[in-house]
Ligand binder design. Structure first.
Ligand SMILES: [Cu+2]
Length: 206
C-alpha cells in the first residue's frame, strides 16, 4: 500500500511518457524503494568490521624503486588467541597490488607471489625487505617522500584493516633496492613464471 501511494505521488510529478513506462513495468519501479530501504537497514551491521580487531600494524612504510613499481613493508602483531592470515591487500595506489615474498633459488633472490602471510596468535610477522612484502605494480602516481599510501589489509576472519603508510624512499635503498632489482633482473621472466607482470616488475623502467 505504501509503495503504491509513493508511486502514485511520483507519477503525478512525471511527464506522461515516464508515467507510461512506470505503468508498463510496475514490478521494477516498485522494487527500487524497497531495495534501498533494505540496503539502508542491513549495511551498517555488515559493512562495519570489528574496528578493534586482533591485528595492529607498526613500522609501516612504502617506497618505489622506479615509476612503475613499489612496495610496502610493516609489522603485523596479533593480540588474538588464534592465528590470523593476511590474504591480500587492496589500494588505489597501483593497478595491481599483490602479496609477494622473496625466495633464494641458486643464490638468486626471486620474487614470488605469496598466498598468505600468517601472524601467529600472540605473535607478530614482519613484511620486510628481502622477505614478504606488499607489491605495487603499475603505480597510479609516483611515491614521493612525505606522501602516504592507503592500504586495506584483508585478514579474513581477523578483519579488514585499513592502514595509512608513509612513503620513505630512502629506507634501505642502498641494500635491498639494488639487490632486489638486480636479482629480479637476472632472474628475468623465470622469477615470475606463471605471473604476467614480469615486464613491470624487477626490470629497469624506461
Ligand atoms: Cu614483489
Amino acid at each position: 500500500m505504501k509503495t503504491k501511494l509513493t508511486l502514485a505521488a511520483l507519477a503525478a510529478l512525471l511527464p506522461l511518457s515516464a508515467l507510461a513506462c512506470a505503468a508498463h513495468d510496475p514490478a521494477k519501479s516498485a522494487s527500487g524503494p524497497e531495495t534501498l530501504t533494505l540496503a539502508a537497514m542491513t549495511t551498517p551491521a555488515e559493512a562495519a568490521p570489528a574496528p578493534a580487531g586482533p591485528i595492529t600494524v607498526t613500522d609501516a612504510y612504502a617506497r618505489s624503486a622506479n615509476q612503475q613499481t613499489g612496495a610496502a613493508f610493516m609489522t603485523l602483531t596479533n593480540a588474538g588467541t588464534s592465528a590470523c592470515t593476511l590474504r591480500g591487500v587492496t589500494s588505489d595506489v597501483a593497478q595491481r597490488v599483490e602479496l609477494h615474498t622473496h625466495k633464494d633459488e641458486g643464490g638468486v633472490m626471486k620474487m614470488v607471489p605469496l598466498d598468505g602471510a600468517t601472524v601467529p596468535a600472540g605473535g607478530s610477522h614482519a613484511l620486510a625487505r628481502g622477505g614478504d612484502h606488499v607489491m605495487f605494480m603499475g603505480l597510479n602516481r609516483p611515491l614521493a617522500d612525505g606522501d602516504s599510501v592507503a592500504l586495506t589489509l584483508d585478514l579474513g576472519d581477523c578483519g579488514q584493516v585499513p592502514v595509512t603508510v608513509p612513503v620513505d624512499n630512502a629506507a634501505g635503498m642502498a641494500t635491498q633496492a639494488g639487490g632486489g632489482q638486480a636479482g629480479a633482473a637476472k632472474a628475468g621472466a623465470a622469477g615470475h613464471a606463471g605471473m604476467d607482470h614480469g615486464q613491470a616488475h624487477g626490470q629497469p623502467s624506461n
